[in-house]
Design a protein around this ligand. Sequence first.
Ligand SMILES: NC(=O)c1ccc[n+]([C@@H]2O[C@H](COP(=O)([O-])OP(=O)(O)OC[C@H]3O[C@@H](n4cnc5c(N)ncnc54)[C@H](OP(=O)(O)O)[C@@H]3O)[C@@H](O)[C@H]2O)c1
Length: 331
Amino acid sequence: MTTEFQCLQVSETEPKQFNLAITTKHIDELPAGDVLIRIWYSSLNYKDALSASGNRGVTRNYPHTPGIDAAGIVEESTDERWKAGDQVIVTGFDLGMNTSGGFSQYIRVPGNWIVKLPDGMTLRESMMYGTAGFTAGLSVQALIKNGITPEKGPIVVTGATGGVGSVAVAILAQLGYAVSAVSSKESANDFLTALGATELIPRSDMEDQTGKILLKQRFAGAVDTVGGLVLATVLKSLNYGGVATCCGMVNGGELPTTVFPFILRGVQLAGIDSVEHPIDQRPSLWELLATDWKPAGLESLVHELSLAEVPDAIQTILQGKMQGRVVIRVD
Ligand SMILES: NC(=O)c1ccc[n+]([C@@H]2O[C@H](COP(=O)([O-])OP(=O)(O)OC[C@H]3O[C@@H](n4cnc5c(N)ncnc54)[C@H](OP(=O)(O)O)[C@@H]3O)[C@@H](O)[C@H]2O)c1
């Protein structure tokens, strides 16, 4: 085993000035943990862009290696559940936040952050999903658990061209749902239609400022990835008994709503958290993502980048211009 490896490191060069550079590190610099993993692929998520640009709500101390996702092969383990040669996925928990993350040829993590790569899925495919795709899966799972079947009507997906949104559109279409995709990007209409969207809605149409407490009933369910006024508009537009999931906040952390969608239409709002999602509940969802839920067009929503190309992609995601998913080839 080599004792030196490369990673993409963020440093604070001057107060509030952050710089990303490929850096050589020694294996002993990795945090303590049970399992040393050689990383083949990582992926880029909105939270990585926050960590890489000095957001102290995500990462307290720099220098730091971001990357909330990693897929690779176990090299050493003191945890009896894992042995050298196992193909594994790590997403969420503290990876890439305050623990050195997946933009690196190696990580060392506790054994109870790890999921076995399911049969029928490659390491690269697992990172096509990454945290964004796993979160899309959790959102779809929440709709199903709450009785929202395809027969009930269309599902609206907000931030539809983003990482979580695009995978959600593709999974829902794969499962036979009609999907209404909300996006700011007119140029992405063909992309969203190819993923399976059946209706395209400009984001401006879902930022209702009329002050009405309810709007026309349009959707049986919602996968909301943006929060703010958009989620408030979605809640007012759900059918009687509709369910919305909520996972993100790029439109705002505020939710300017009233109680009326809940008490007049029996609407439900389901919170989604991929970070601390219990480890024992993860493998079954990864199995679904590897099999019945895997969209035929998954590859079409992915760009593959090397570690050196990640800094530019971070600017794209911070500007809200990201389309689909970025897989990072680490090796
Ligand atoms: N709860 C969890 O466990 C969890 C897990 C993963 C992600 N998240 C959160 O989910 C959100 C989306 O993550 P992501 O990885 O999909 O990010 P992303 O790839 O950057 O996608 C976000 C999409 O939202 C839309 N958007 C951007 N700025 C917006 C604005 N001001 N108002 C409304 N829509 C806007 C854009 O799509 P259009 O141009 O198509 O509208 C953009 O592509 C983030 O807030 C992230 O932190 C949460």
